[in-house]
Design a protein around this ligand. Sequence first.
Ligand SMILES: CC(C)(COP(=O)(O)OP(=O)(O)OC[C@H]1O[C@@H](n2cnc3c(N)ncnc32)[C@H](O)[C@@H]1OP(=O)(O)O)[C@@H](O)C(=O)NCCC(=O)NCCS
Length: 253
Amino acid sequence: MANKGLRVRSFQSGDYDIIKKYFSSCLLEPAPSAFLHVLNHPIPWTIWGTGVAFVAGGLTLFTKQHPPPTKYIVAATSIWSAAVVTWLHRISMGAYYNYTQWSLTQDMGHIPEYYQLEPIDESNKNNIIYAPKGEKNFFVCEDSTGAIAGFVALDYHPERPKRTGELRRMIVSPTHRRRGVAEFLIQALIKHAKKNDLQVIELGTSDVQYGAKKLYQKLGWKEHHRVFDEIYFIDVIKYELNLENAMQVSPAS
Ligand SMILES: CC(C)(COP(=O)(O)OP(=O)(O)OC[C@H]1O[C@@H](n2cnc3c(N)ncnc32)[C@H](O)[C@@H]1OP(=O)(O)O)[C@@H](O)C(=O)NCCC(=O)NCCS
């Protein structure tokens, strides 16, 4: 596919280093928003309030004064508040970092094997060219200079009642954003899914990935359900796109 100087093709082995670099850095971008989100969540506030009550009770016993001296209350509450904020910061950063590292040991560490890509040109050992064998694929978008602008993967779930694919690993390089790269990659993904008779494309994203949520909603994905992650205090949103209603793929593609 080609459009506005952009071109979408399947993964080649020479892409791997840059894909890994964008994947490792771009997936950490939502962490500050996740931290702000978690600071507003009632569960951490309940934990903080319970801690403050214990601090006040403990100081009453320790100093044998009721109420305990203000300077002790202020010092102990400050230490407890700092501990809670540090813990929340760690889990917000950790959520995305752990997920990224885990993904690199899964499909992202073995793209041709996992996405069932078959070598079609091995003449250059540093850049083996692949093509998809079936429903899955790993799409890469190049700009007019040949630089990688973004990528997205299509996974396949044969165990679902309907023929269901999953959009995963959607990343656009920071210098190529808001130029339609994600939309263009998704057009290619939908075209491939339709060619392989998929009926539904699902995906998951977190509640604080605001740009990604807007993107998927614009392209016709509907929220299906949410799963609250009790470790990271954040909703994971599952979206579905019914391919019968999916956007038209441009005839030029
Ligand atoms: C989300 C992301 C993939 C969007 O890529 P992109 O190439 O900039 O998106 P596009 O230019 O194709 O945008 C298409 C539409 O999506 C929406 N959109 C995309 N990014 C947006 C943002 N930051 N804020 C609001 N809307 C946004 C807009 O509706 C946009 O249409 P418009 O430009 O006509 O208003 C990119 O910002 C990214 O890689 N983010 C970090 C990683 C990430 O969150 N990935 C998703 C994992 S689930």
